[in-house]
Design a protein around this ligand. Structure first.
Ligand SMILES: [Zn+2]
Length: 252
């Protein structure tokens, strides 16, 4: 690992994260991602360059618009910082290799759908359709360490398990979640996408329980499952093989 490259990758993540915020918040609202330029949603003042520095602008303005003092959503700096840190994680894990591109692509997809799902409770089709051909091409040229059919099966298994549960439970999980795991299954392969799903359910019950007990959410209040799936997918992508090994060791 090279410290200079690590810095660069982190900053690249911050900057792209800023763009992913725009994509995640505008695409589901059927707005263009290039125009109009970013503006304060309360007073409409167009943001200047110094308002667009990832994370720092938010910190320096103490999370408020400089003109009308209305609060800026904490999702912006969180989305930027998360992208920066996850980009760094991909670089630390895969160094500079072809798999690094796969990892950065996966992080990009997951950051966008997480912000969309948190904000609008939906995973935009356009974003999934944009990433689908990219991940197929990437897996064709960057085969990973599983057989090709494992990745093809991953799409079917990922999508199938959500559809199955949606049918059985009638709700809770939506078709957006199914389509998301279809795309992620191509990147992870069938065994790892299953692990991702199990991890998402575990995280969902744990965090859901904490949020419920602390009164942040109410019983029966719908909560987006996309962020949990995103976390599960990333953990399975990075550590799935280790988890399988631990599990097999436990079985003896
Ligand atoms: Zn304003």
């Amino acid at each position: 690992m090279n410290a200079l490259i690590a810095c660069y990758v982190f900053i690249l993540g911050l900057v792209l994260g800023s763009f992913y915020n725009v994509v995640a918040l505008r695409v589901p609202a059927k707005q263009s991602i290039v125009k109009p330029p970013s503006a304060c949603p309360s007073c409409g003042t167009q943001l200047k360059t110094r308002d667009l520095v990832p994370v720092f602008s938010y910190l320096f303005s103490r999370g408020k618009c400089r003109h009308c003092q209305s609060k800026v959503s904490i999702l912006y700096p969180i989305g930027e910082l998360a992208t920066g840190l996850l980009f760094l994680w991909v670089y630390v894990t895969y160094s500079i290799s072809s798999e690094t591109i796969v990892g950065l692509t996966l992080v990009s997809l997951l950051v966008i759908i997480t912000i969309s799902d948190l904000k609008y409770m939906r995973i935009p089709n356009q974003v999934l359709l944009f990433f689908l051909p990219i991940v197929i091409l990437l897996r064709l040229f960057v085969p990973g360490n599983q057989a090709w059919w494992s990745y093809a099966l991953g799409a079917v298994v990922g999508c199938g398990i959500i559809v199955l549960i949606a049918l059985v439970t009638r709700g809770g999980m939506g078709m957006g979640d199914a389509k998301l795991l279809f795309v992620c299954g191509i990147v992870l392969g069938w065994s790892h996408i299953l692990i991702a799903f199990v991890l998402a359910c575990l995280l969902g019950s744990l965090l859901g329980g904490v949020l419920l007990l602390s009164g942040i959410i109410k019983r029966k209040q719908p909560i987006p499952f996309g962020p949990y799936l995103a976390a599960g997918v990333l953990i399975a992508y990075g550590y799935g093989s280790d988890l399988i090994q631990v599990y097999l060791n436990l079985l003896g």
